[in-house]
Design a protein around this ligand. Structure first.
Ligand code: PEP
Ligand code: MN
Length: 255
């Protein structure tokens, strides 16, 4: 965690890298299984939420510090990096004790005080597009971070709200080329949250690669149907393996 990470080294131009892991950290066994499998397939960045922004306050909110500890331990054991969400300034210091990359979730894309706060730190920030934000608003959000001095930014398209309700969100594929024209940062796509159903995750991944995404951030769970959050959209290890292989072939065909 001590060396300063460079986002362009993590996501080199013209290549495809994956960030993968479950929606939420649920147990040591779950994260160990995910990290062991994913690292063996070449994934270097482990995701998992310890603080979950849930629609209902009754839903599982995450394991908080216990979850951060579990993530850190698994990442160290399997030589991976951690990306995890920080939901508020209050928890910035605590999350910073465990994570390599701060995640700003869709609901906080325009939380300007939080953006300024992570902008003052010397650690990469992965920011997800607000589901009610235009590409321009998303771009301006990234500028709140860089203006404070931190230009180690990763931008993630994760779907927007439209009139279309056959998927959870509408993946805005065109955001990829538009953002790549505007910023020098890696532009990633999260196919899991717009899909809402695991059946759609492969197609959205392949479309993202075709659109020129530098990376994919995907929810993978050892037993998706038993997940404590986003159970319908997480893929199992076997499905991940297939998606990963196909996505890499598409990327190769493009170069
Ligand atoms: C997540 O990736 O853990 C997440 C909560 O996604 P989003 O902020 O895009 O809804
Ligand atoms: Mn999720």
């Amino acid at each position: 965690m001590s060396k300063m990470l460079n986002v362009r080294e993590l996501f080199p131009e013209g290549q495809l890298r994956f960030i993968a892991g479950p929606c939420a950290v649920e147990s040591e066994e779950q994260i160990d299984a995910a990290a062991s499998f994913l690292s063996s397939r070449g994934v270097k960045i482990l995701r998992g939420g310890a603080y979950k922004p849930r629609t209902s306050p009754e839903s599982f909110q995450g394991l908080a510090e216990k979850g951060l500890k579990i993530l850190r331990k698994a990442a160290d054991q399997y030589n991976m990096l951690v990306v995890t969400e920080v939901m508020d300034e209050e928890n910035l210091e605590l999350v910073g004790e465990y994570t390599d990359i701060f995640q700003i979730g869709s609901r906080n894309c325009q939380n300007f005080s939080l953006l300024r706060a992570v902008g003052k730190l010397d650690r990469p920030v992965l920011i997800k597009r607000g589901f009610g934000n235009t590409v321009e608003e998303f771009y301006q959000a990234s500028r709140y971070i860089s203006k404070e001095g931190n230009d180690q930014i990763i931008m993630v398209e994760r779907g927007i709200r439209t009139f279309e309700d056959s998927t959870r969100f509408t993946l805005d594929i065109s955001a990829v080329p538009v953002l790549k024209e505007k910023v020098k940062y890696p532009v990633l796509v999260d196919p899991s949250h717009p899909a809402g159903k695991r059946e759609y995750v492969p197609s959205l991944t392949y479309a993202a690669v075709g659109a020129g995404a530098d990376g994919i951030m995907i929810e993978v769970h050892p037993e998706p149907e038993r997940a404590m959050s986003d159970a319908r959209q997480q893929v199992d290890f076997k499905t991940f393996e297939k998606i990963y292989g196909q996505a890499m072939k598409i990327r190769e065909a493009m170069s």
